[in-house]
Design a protein around this ligand. Structure first.
Ligand SMILES: [Zn+2]
Length: 333
């Protein structure tokens, strides 16, 4: 017999699925705000996986990833429990903001506390009601405002289970990243819950390529851990781990012109673009500080000196990574 599963004081039986509203707070006018969570329990036992999105309120690709995942017919044969939380930062989401009304970053507020700030209370609710009940997690993000990211997995690859999940997800680029203190990922890691952070695209935008890779990645992970029936898979792209990423910052203020797209292979010292004044009298070259693959970039050409412009990931064999990314792009077209 599978253990009893309860959330928000409600018991959910095997084979049942339900949307539960976890009460978070009251607004100034006493309107109650709740966190909607969908729990889907398979008839057979298995892992308990949470998929969360929009911890940063303006990162919306993950909501669409979850919506599409939940229409997937083989979920009828689900083993274990799937918990989806499409909008974790309900406050930021409704005001198109990364943060909470108290200007705190929810993803720096874990594990939180029931007596702390608004962010701390929401983080605590997530930790107690969701994280502590799960065996695995996937947290969905995009680049911050005015920044876009190549689809990528971030995880603590030193952990064998996390590494296996990362390879199963099947995006070519994996960043072996220690998590930041106070993040959901750091908290999960402390509790020995393998967790992947999938990110791609830009804040406040849908990105079809990123969404599709996200949906497929989650399905692949769910098959690998026995939550979905396995089926023959088309050959997936090869996966590469980057141990180090570096930001190229603006050497001057001005207007950036650049033709380097996400996924571009750049050499150290290569020219990535120019920063110009409006009359074109000054042309300051922006040079790569390392060789690698562009995994993130600014979308806003107006830059201050020191602004982060290009995020470059280094690899042992950059040519191979580039070849895999190009192949994937041509399949998409
Ligand atoms: Zn984020």
């Amino acid at each position: 017999m599978e253990k009893e599963f309860s959330i928000g004081g409600q018991i959910i039986a095997p084979g049942e699925h339900r949307i539960v509203h976890l009460v978070v707070a009251k607004l100034y006018d006493f309107t109650e705000v709740s966190l909607p969570v969908e729990v889907k329990r398979g008839k057979s036992p298995g892992p308990t996986l949470f998929i969360s999105s929009t911890i940063h309120g303006d990162e919306i690709n993950g909501i669409e990833i979850i919506r599409r995942l939940l229409t997937y017919k083989p979920l009828k044969k689900l083993c274990g429990t799937l918990i989806t939380i499409p909008v974790v930062n309900i406050f930021g989401f409704n005001t198109l903001s990364r943060y909470l009304p108290d200007r705190r970053d929810l993803n720096r507020s874990f594990p939180g506390s029931s007596k702390g700030s608004m962010a701390a209370q929401l983080a605590n609710l997530f930790t107690v009601e969701i994280l502590d009940k799960c065996t695995h997690g996937i947290d969905l993000h995009t680049g911050a405002i005015h920044r876009t990211n190549l689809p990528q997995i971030r995880g603590f690859i030193g952990d064998r289970d996390t590494k296996n999940l990362a390879f199963q997800f099947g995006v070519p680029v994996i960043i072996n990243a220690n998590s930041r203190d106070g993040s959901l990922r750091a908290e999960a890691h402390k509790k020995n819950i393998p967790i992947l952070l999938y990110e791609g695209g830009e804040a406040l935008r849908h990105d079809e390529h990123v969404i599709r890779m996200g949906v497929n990645g989650i399905k692949a992970v769910m098959r690998a851990i026995g939550m979905l029936p396995s089926k023959p898979q088309p050959t997936r792209p090869e996966t590469f781990i980057s141990e180090k990423t570096v930001w190229v910052r603006a050497p001057s203020a001005g207007i950036l012109t650049s033709g380097k797209p996400l996924g571009a292979h750049v050499e150290a010292k290569e020219n990535l673009g120019f920063i110009r004044d409006p009359f074109g009298k000054h042309n300051v070259p922006v040079r790569a500080n390392v060789g690698g693959i562009v995994i993130g970039k600014t979308q806003l050409p107006l830059v201050n000196k020191g602004d982060a412009l290009f995020h470059i990931a280094t690899f042992i064999n950059t040519h191979k990574v580039k070849k895999t990314l190009d192949k994937l792009n041509s399949l998409e077209k």
